[in-house]
Design a protein around this ligand. Structure first.
Ligand code: FAD
Ligand code: NAG
Ligand code: NAG
Ligand code: NAG
Ligand code: NAG
Ligand code: NAG
Ligand code: NAG
Length: 506
């Protein structure tokens, strides 16, 4: 019964979506509209703020950013961490400007914002400032790391070579195996992890082609990328300062509503109407949803009518991966003097990467070290108590430093991104079963009234801050065109039914 109802809803919403994409006869200018606002921007992260800035630059000012939290910034999120008198600002979410600028080539727009607003960063030296450990303590396997870097570069090249041949996408694991990289030892596994933990999932879970794009378009200058440098924010106002300060340059108090959680989004040919958790309803001519694909996947926000099947399939086919930093503070530093350390365990992904912040040029004297876990391991630890995770992390430190009595930490914290109903993970990762038509459908608007933005919509930069930035600009620009033309604007394409390249026959 339930299946039939869902099917009917899907049919109804698909026909509404189709009807809404025919040219509008309604007046959509803000002056004549009966709606509260011209545009609602749902979510106040990088995408939402940049979409708002794009509207403001085109003199469309009757918009409202609706944000559940009590500040702007979204996944740029920081907190005070540490014992009394010894606390510093740490980053729970985004921390790096990934890909900067080479010469006068294209600049990462996040770098440009950081420069404009004086955000303090330091160079991250992933491959030059790293030491290696395994289950016996400190052991040098930097040569294995070099091979892993080589194998990864080969993977992105061979992955690209496959595209023009129209071969079907496969996982990175398939790709690695085809180029002869077949990790066996803990050192093989942790070094492979170190070159692809960015995707916050395993090579088995990640698209070969799309992950090669993500790498190339951000880091490879020859492919249009920014640079292969990474800058780590250590700004004590939080990395989020760059987007909050940018918002202050144009945003008026009446253009933002904080502490406002959206529960439903109703859409039709006449506009959009949202309901907040406290029952308040706000209508608008247009809306841009910037919610994470994790939020869309988990029905934390309900669409009325239900989204058409082609949209639902696209949303459920992307992956919301999780990247978790586990922070520990100690009275005294007892660890490595490099920026990074690897720990090779027989289990891939078990507390494998460690970063020290108690370093000259970083946060000296802070006594802070943090480990990062990703993907399924993140989901695993989110289900455990803090005490259990702390004990596991201390066990690993004990293994890495067998001759040191590991003291009790003075502070411990890790964020639970996967369980958080405002995110449901940290950022999107493109699986090999997500075909290009799924991506087209993920980005597509519904009628002329409801638009989608956020990092996951970016084909070149999904997952990254700059992906969120470019998608915010794009959606803002498209909606501005709709407002200014009274609805006579271009729709993004969508594919009603995605065909298989050749049918399954049994
Ligand atoms: C742990 C972690 C590490 C990362 N590291 C990096 C990095 O080093 N470099 C990098 O480039 N990128 C990094 N990223 C990715 C980057 O943070 C994101 O790509 C980017 O911030 C996403 O911006 P957005 O505007 O698309 O989404 P968001 O920032 O998620 O904005 C959406 C907003 O919607 C709000 N919201 C959600 N649900 C509701 C609701 N029902 N009602 C009202 N409001 C709601 C949220 O609170 C949020 O503010 C990291 C992310 C995480 C989590
Ligand atoms: C916006 O308005 C200002 C002031 O009225 C004007 O100078 C500017 O040209 C307008 N810009 C656009 C893009 O319409
Ligand atoms: C949002 O809520 C927080 C905590 O409940 C409160 O301190 C803050 O003043 C509120 N902010 C706004 C703008 O309503
Ligand atoms: C990468 O490719 C080069 C050139 O084909 C080859 O010489 C090298 O052995 C490969 N390295 C790895 C680790 O696959
Ligand atoms: C990535 O860049 C390399 C060159 O550095 C290129 O050979 C390859 O085709 C690119 N991969 C993809 C998937 O575009
Ligand atoms: C509901 O929440 C919004 C956003 O915080 C607030 O502006 C509004 O006054 C609230 N309405 C009611 C009825 O509480
Ligand atoms: C730990 O101490 C033992 C015995 O003194 C020594 O042999 C070993 O090299 C030390 N290990 C490390 C990692 O320092």
């Amino acid at each position: 019964m339930q299946r039939i109802i869902q099917f009917l809803l899907a049919v109804t919403s698909a026909s509404i979506a189709l009807a809404a994409s025919t040219p509008q006869i309604h007046d959509t200018t803000s002056t004549n509209s009966k709606n509260d606002r011209t545009v609602l921007i749902l979510g106040g992260g990088v995408s939402g703020i940049i979409a708002a800035r794009t509207l403001a630059q085109k003199n469309i000012t009757n918009f409202l950013i609706v944000e559940a939290r009590d500040e702007l910034g979204g996944r740029m999120r920081s907190m005070e961490f540490g014992a009394q008198g010894k606390s510093v600002t740490i980053e729970l979410g985004a921390n790096w400007i990934q890909g900067t600028q080479e010469g006068d080539g294209p600049a990462n727009p996040i770098l440009t914002l950081a420069r404009e607003h004086g955000v303090k960063t330091v160079d991250s030296d992933f491959y030059g400032s790293v030491v290696t450990y395994d289950e016996t303590g400190m052991v040098d396997y930097l040569d294995v790391l070099n091979d892993a870097v080589d194998a990864y570069n080969n993977l992105t090249v061979v992955g690209g070579g496959r595209v023009p041949t129209k071969q079907v996408d496969t996982t990175c694991r398939t790709g690695y195996s085809l180029i002869g990289a077949k990790p066996k030892t803990p050192a093989d596994m942790v070094t492979e992890y170190y070159v692809d933990w960015e995707y916050a999932q395993t090579p088995e879970q990640t698209s070969w082609i799309a992950s090669s794009w993500a790498n190339n378009f951000t880091f490879d200058v020859d492919q249009g990328g920014f640079s292969d440098d990474n800058l780590l924010s250590i700004d004590q106002r939080g990395f989020k300062h760059l987007i909050q300060a940018e918002a202050e340059t144009f945003l008026k108090p009446e253009q933002v509503l904080l502490n406002a959680t959206v529960r439903t989004i109703g859409y039709s040919g006449d506009g959009v109407i949202i309901t907040l958790a406290n029952g308040t309803r706000i209508s608008a001519d247009y809306a841009i949803s910037t919610f994470s694909v994790g939020v869309l996947q988990n029905d934390d926000v309900v669409f009325e009518p239900a989204l058409p099947m082609w949209k639902q399939e696209a949303i459920q086919s992307m992956t919301m991966a999780t990247y978790t930093k586990i922070f520990l503070q100690f009275d005294e530093k007892f660890w490595f003097d490099t920026q990074f350390a690897l720990y090779a365990d027989t289990t891939r992904g078990k507390y494998p990467v460690w970063q020290g912040l108690d370093l000259e040029g970083f946060l000296p004297g802070s006594g802070i070290i943090f480990a990062t876990v990703v993907g399924d391991y993140s989901e695993r630890i989110e289900a455990l108590s803090d005490a259990r995770v702390q004990a596991e992390a201390l066990d690993v430190l004990h293994t890495m430093f067998p001759n040191i009595t590991i003291p009790t930490p003075t502070a411990f914290f890790f964020p639970r991104w996967h369980s958080d109903p405002l995110y449901r993970g940290s950022y999107s990762n493109w699986p090999s079963s997500f075909v290009s038509q799924h991506h087209t459908n993920l980005r597509a608007n519904l009628g002329k009234r409801l638009w989608f933005s956020g990092e996951a919509m970016s084909q070149k930069y999904f997952g990254f801050l700059h992906g969120a930035y470019f998608e915010g600009m794009d959606a803002g620009g498209r909606v501005a065109e709709c407002v200014q033309s009274g609805g006579d604007c271009e729709s993004l394409p969508f594919v009603e039914s995605i065909p298989n390249s050749s049918p399954y026959i049994i």
